[in-house]
Write a new protein. Structure first.
Length: 590
């Protein structure tokens, strides 16, 4: 990816400058999108990831699906309606494994394969109010005039449980001179009540692999969530939400177990589990959610009251962080090579804050207000941050391979917990009496305490010295031959499998010329190899050394087998372990 010049006046902070590379900045890219409409996908299966953007256009015009390769526009497809979400998912297991792109727009899901239109899924129609249908049938047969039609529809709207269709709602908003033309234009057409898509996500079907088949999860304006089959596009599951879903986060597999986190317009977050038609847990936020991500087993939500809130997956509140400005959007940052996860929050003050739990890790300053964030693999770079701005700009940053994030990198001042006043209980009579006694007998109490403390230290030192002398510790005390050993016994008898895990703790020097010897009661046990030479121990590797022990007694007794690790030419063992053998549950062979 070619690096281009960017505005130096709006550079990042000192911490961010040492961790991010400014790969590309185009202030006139004409990209207007939210985080739900931006994704990264390997569309051609060649290992080069593309940027897929559902462009909102301007004033209901120029809505397109744009695909970028590097800094160049690869292709674009016109969209008939404003996109609500864009997702890349694998539909089938045929080679090559190229994902399809799903664009949620209005009541439809447009599926593109190889950057060409492939399939269009339409949401199932909703139930129509029977009274509304009868009224329009009368209008179709010219039995009622437009004014009577308006009165009847208003009565139905006030009392009916099923809402009116869009046609009726538009008719009720007209002035009397316009009603006649509206009725004549639409009375012959059948009434339809169609919902629209508000959010969309993907859910693995039956495997957790990155290239596994995924289902589409769709949130609708009708307070419902659908799970679609990726091949036949049939409805696999349907769930009802108390309010209109706005953000979705799904983890797990549909055929095994999954959790679905849904943020709604009523300011609540609902959590579904597999085979649950209703929410399992509920979280009431302090204000309307601006974004929702899941970090491992915790849920993090950005709210419009300038707070970032963390919850457990069962709805228990963990922490709240005050933000310096209103959050615009948020996304998850996952550095898979180091197992690092954080939350990226774009603010209205032209900053992007990175949080790990409630700790502020770093701050990225941008040239404009960021409206969408996407982090992942772009091109052939594994850690790329792609952002679009309010003015239609495109910002691409690459994380340096030497960058290491620590908690509190950008935090300033004292922690908030330090300013919280402690709730100290009142002094009781028992506390006062105890205080007086300690004042009077302070010298004697201190002498007794010191004597007991020294006695404990002496006993611990004697025990440790005895263990070192008998080499009973699992780690050697000599720096010349640092070794570590543990033993595992398997089986129910009369034959047991004894495995010694031997490892050198040296960082550079291997261990050689080591011998393994066993000491045991020969009348009770038999070992085919009571003495053998250990292989060379390479640093960083664990060597399992196996041998078999046969119990010769059928009386249900057991004994201890001693293991010695020795060096050739030396009589004192480097390591020694006592293995308590289990009682044999079988009979010895005759």
């Amino acid at each position: 990816m070619a690096a281009t010049s960017s505005s130096s006046s709006a550079g990042e902070s000192t911490q961010a400058n040492s961790k991010w590379l400014d790969a590309h900045y185009d202030p006139v890219a004409n990209l207007y999108a939210f985080s739900s409409c931006v994704t990264l996908a390997d569309l051609h299966g060649d290992g080069e990831y593309k940027l897929v953007v559902g462009d909102l256009g301007t004033s209901w015009h120029d809505m397109k699906l744009k695909v970028y390769r590097g800094t160049d526009l690869l292709s674009e497809n016109a969209l008939p309606d404003m996109p609500a979400s864009v997702a890349a998912f694998l539909m089938e297991q045929h080679e090559p494994r190229t994902p399809a792109v799903a664009v949620a727009s209005g009541p439809f899901v447009y599926v593109y394969k190889n950057l060409r239109p492939y399939f269009k899924f339409t949401l199932p129609p909703m139930e129509i109010n029977p009274l509304e249908k009868d009224v329009w049938e009368q209008a179709k047969e010219d039995k009622i005039d437009p004014l009577s039609l308006k009165e009847m529809l208003e009565m139905i709207r006030e009392k009916a449980e099923i809402p009116l269709s869009v046609r009726s709602l538009r008719f009720l908003a007209l002035e009397p001179p316009e009603m006649g033309a509206f009725v004549n234009q639409y009375k012959m057409q059948p009434i339809k009540r169609q919902t629209v898509i508000t959010c969309m996500a993907t859910l693995k079907k039956n495997m957790a692999d990155e290239d596994a088949i995924s289902c589409l999860v769709i949130g609708m304006e009708s307070n419902e969530i659908l799970v679609l089959d990726p091949e036949a596009f049939t409805i696999l599951a349907r769930m009802t939400v108390p309010s209109v879903p706005t953000f979705l986060d799904v983890m797990g597999q549909f055929d095994v177990e999954y959790r679905m986190t849904v943020a709604c317009r009523n300011g609540c977050v609902y959590i579904f589990r597999r085979d649950s038609k209703r929410p399992k847990y509920s979280i009431e936020l302090s204000s309307q959610p601006v974004g929702l991500v899941r970090v491992q087993k915790n849920i993090v939500a950005a709210c419009s009251d300038q707070t970032l809130q963390g919850y457990t997956q069962k709805g228990k509140k963990l922490w709240t962080v005050s933000l310096p400005a209103t959050p615009m959007t948020m996304s998850l940052m996952e550095q898979k090579s180091r197992g690092f996860q954080a939350v990226l929050v774009a603010l209205a003050n032209m900053e992007v804050h990175m949080y790990q739990d409630k700790s502020l890790v770093t701050v990225i300053r941008t040239q404009d207000v960021v409206t969408s964030i996407c982090y992942g693999c772009y091109g052939r770079e594994d850690n790329t941050l792609v952002m679009t701005t309010k003015g239609g700009g495109l910002i691409i940053k690459i994380l340096k391979r030497t960058a290491v994030f620590d908690r509190g990198d950008a935090s300033t001042g004292v922690p908030t917990a330090q300013s919280i006043k402690l709730n100290v209980p009142k002094k009781t009579k028992l506390y006062v009496d105890q205080t007086l006694r300690e004042r009077e007998c302070s010298v004697a109490m201190y002498q007794v305490f010191q004597m007991e403390l020294n006695r404990i230290r002496l006993q611990a030192t004697r025990t440790y010295a005895q263990a070192l002398e008998s080499s009973l510790t699992p780690i050697t005390e000599t720096l010349q031959e640092p070794l570590k050993m543990n033993a595992v016994v398997q089986g129910i008898g009369p034959t047991f499998k004894l495995t010694l895990h031997l490892q050198t703790t040296s960082a550079t020097r291997p261990a050689i010329n080591l011998l393994i010897s066993f000491l045991y009661d020969e009348g009770l046990y038999y070992m085919a190899r009571p003495f053998f030479k250990a292989p060379m121990l390479v640093p960083g590797l664990n060597y399992p050394l196996e041998t078999f022990v046969e119990c010769l007694s059928d009386k249900g007794i057991s004994d201890v087998i001693k293991v010695f690790v020795l060096r050739e030419g030396e009589s004192a063992p480097l390591l020694m372990a006592h293995i308590n053998m289990p009682v044999s549950e079988g009979l010895a062979a005759a």
